[in-house]
Design a protein. Structure first.
Length: 661
């Protein structure tokens, strides 16, 4: 692909995806009630706001909690998302309902940052908060694509496959590792990353410790005096990096609000660090003074057109100082407008000085940081506009679209990517954009261009019992993965000995497939107005199994229930309300792990139609989350229409873990 074509092609795909996301959210808000949106995890209803004062950049912070002080329901709304806040009796998109950015989220509240002072209704009862599209992310992708043409020609050519990437010979050969427990493939990945003069890929299958490997790479780079930008597509993945880097004592700064509120993450956030800066405290004082003056301005006549009558601010000030009037404007109005303008000038000057002081405080913190951690999108923010880095380290890179990854790539001279293209790709909602290649990550494209010259695959997994790992290892990783001795034979019975009494879940088998093909009541169905699917029989079976596991002594926190379909997740959540038990979509659980995982595949029809389950990367994610016990529930006749599922069921049978309902 030529450079101009590359820019035009991806810019068009980004715009298609932006329009699709806006359309889908608006359609759903019009189609569903607030309660229905809340059940789907895309809204909070019956909320009440309380002011938290001013945050970084003069943002107005408002904390929202449920009116009855209960926990927030499971939700897709996360830190960094754009939300619409609406009052009772209005549609979310009505004029006067403001948008804000989620700055913090806990089990009981979310904090929303507003650019301007929010309307008074946000502090009343019965407020609704809807997930909306974060348009700024799309704008930053487009800006990165425009900036691509400003790269040196040799660098553009390497990114587009027209010139071979280079390595420093012998670099890292005599390396002393900070983390001495790294295995051989992890060490090799670190050596090659340090030797790369352009870019390098760390291929980390499930449970192989790619984030730990990234942390070692970052530590080595910092020890050599390099400035590092560490990013990932999601806030949670960035938080994982920050937590690990903080643990080893690196001077890391987190820009953006942590998704998980723990002391280590708060302590490393720019919002926390800047509070110790004298310039920042002075900026806050100036802002408070400015807002007090703004209240005084309300006493005087605002120079709107009916009183201004075409006069400029300068003309009004001159007339007032001379004690004159013109164009039939009462002298008193001239005086009041003069006073309003003077106060406005004072306010503007105070805000300008506050911004300068705050900027100076932030720059000082950034200059002293060894590592700056942000999401890909935030790497393109004004805060980092003038910052340049020696290396960008991008974790979970296979979950990022190419334009998203390009944002941090352009901020650094060299970059390292870590990910697994055999798991789920970036989420793309527009079918045309997906077909056009937006669903293919830069990691995958570069791997296809250069192969093992720029990649090391991590080969030891520290998560799964070897029987759980056997199928994905052979099906997706060429049999190269091996289980570490500490996890190879681990079972759920080691944690909960009494579980051996549960014959139904075959407690002695790490991998179980429960076949619903020969039983009534396990048919899939679609709700009216929904494009998703659910299977009530499977949902009831999941409920039965979870309750038996809990009765046997398995902790809720050690169990996850996952399904490919939103509607099935919503149905199971209604049936199983257990504190600490996670019930999520497969896509939402990527990168996570639990001792016990139950998968409800849902699809059950006589046509052998498995829909998007045919994307085998979704299957790979589903079956690689469990450490000790994996229970799969599905219709073998329907799933078996795809060869990979057929081979999976055959393997489970050969290992003695197959059972009919």
């Amino acid at each position: 692909m030529e450079e101009e074509e590359y820019i035009r092609h991806f810019s068009a795909l980004v715009e298609l995806e932006r329009e699709e996301q806006m359309r889908l959210h608006e359609e759903e808000m019009k189609r569903l009630s607030g309660r229905q949106r809340e059940e789907k995890g895309r809204a909070f209803i019956r909320m009440r706001g309380k002011s938290q004062g001013l945050g970084l950049g003069g943002k107005h912070m408002v904390r929202f909690t449920k009116q009855n002080a209960t926990k927030l329901p499971e939700s897709e709304i996360e830190v960094g998302d754009l939300v619409l806040v609406s009052k009772p009796g209005t549609a979310p998109w009505d004029e006067g309902n403001p948008t804000g950015t989620v700055a913090e989220k806990t089990s009981y509240s979310i904090v929303v940052a507003f650019d301007d002072a929010p309307p008074g209704f946000v502090f009343r009862k019965d407020i609704r908060i809807d997930l909306f599209v974060n348009d700024i992310t799309f704008q930053r992708m487009k800006e990165a694509l425009k900036a691509f043409k400003r790269l040196p020609k040799w660098r553009r050519e390497k990114l587009l496959g027209k010139r071979e990437p280079e390595f420093n010979a012998g670099a890292g050969d005599e390396l002393e590792f900070f983390n001495e427990s790294l295995n051989n493939s992890q060490r090799e990945a670190v050596r090659k990353s340090l030797a790369a003069r352009d870019f390098f890929l760390i291929h980390g299958p499930p449970g192989t410790g790619k984030t730990i490997t990234c942390v070692e790479v970052i530590s080595q780079l910092v020890s050599r005096g390099y400035r590092v930008l560490a990013t990932a597509d999601s806030n949670v993945a960035v938080d994982n990096l920050v937590e690990r880097l903080d643990r080893i004592g690196l001077n890391v700064v987190r820009i953006g609000h942590p998704a998980r509120v723990i002391p280590a993450l708060r302590r490393r956030s720019i919002d926390y660090l800047v509070q110790d800066e004298q310039d920042y405290r002075k900026a806050q004082e100036l802002r408070e003074k400015a807002y007090a003056i703004k209240e005084q301005m309300e006493k005087f006549t605002f120079p709107e057109m009916r009183w201004r009558r075409g006069l400029s601010d300068e003309a009004i000030l001159r007339l007032a100082s001379e004690g004159k009037t013109t164009r039939g404007i009462p002298k008193k109005k001239i005086e009041e407008m003069k006073r309003w303008i003077e106060l406005k000038q004072d306010v503007d000057a105070l805000f300008k000085d506050a911004r300068a002081l705050e900027d100076r405080a932030v720059r000082r913190i950034l200059k002293n940081a060894a590592v700056i951690c942000v999401t890909n999108s935030t790497a393109g923010s004004e805060l980092l506009g003038s910052e340049k880095f020696d290396f960008a380290v991008i974790d979970e890179a296979t979950q990022s679209t190419e334009p998203s990854s390009l944002i941090p790539v352009l901020k650094a001279k060299r970059f390292i990517m870590a990910g697994d293209h055999k798991q789920l790709p970036p989420t793309v909602l527009n079918e045309e954009a997906m077909r056009g290649g937006l669903g293919r990550s830069m990691f995958e494209r570069l791997l296809a261009l250069y192969g093992d010259k720029i990649r090391v695959m991590l080969e030891v997994q520290y998560r799964m019992n070897e029987e759980i790992a056997e199928f994905p290892n052979n099906e997706f990783y060429e049999g190269r993965l091996r289980a570490d001795e500490r996890v190879r034979r681990q079972t759920i019975a080691e944690l909960v000995p009494s579980i051996t009494e549960l014959e139904f879940v075959m407690a002695d088998k790490p991998l179980v497939f429960i076949d619903t093909a020969y039983s009534a009541g396990f048919e899939e169905r679609m709700r009216r107005g929904s494009t998703s699917r659910e299977n009530e029989g499977e949902a009831r079976l999941v409920k039965f199994i979870v309750e038996r596991l809990l009765d046997a002594g398995v902790r809720p926190e050690d169990i996850a229930v996952i399904s490919p379909y939103d509607d099935q997740v919503a149905l199971i959540r209604m049936m199983l309300r257990v504190e600490g038990l996670e019930i999520k979509t497969v896509d939402g659980f990527q990168g996570r792990e639990k001792e016990v995982v139950i998968v409800s595949f849902v699809r059950s029809n006589k046509f052998g139609d498995i829909g998007f389950l045919s994307d085998l990367r979704r299957l790979n994610v589903s079956i690689t989350r469990a450490k000790r016990k994996l229970i799969l529930i599905g219709n073998s006749q329907t799933l078996g229409s795809e060869g990979c599922y057929r081979r999976l069921i055959a393997l489970v049978k050969s290992r003695g873990g197959y059972k009919r309902v």
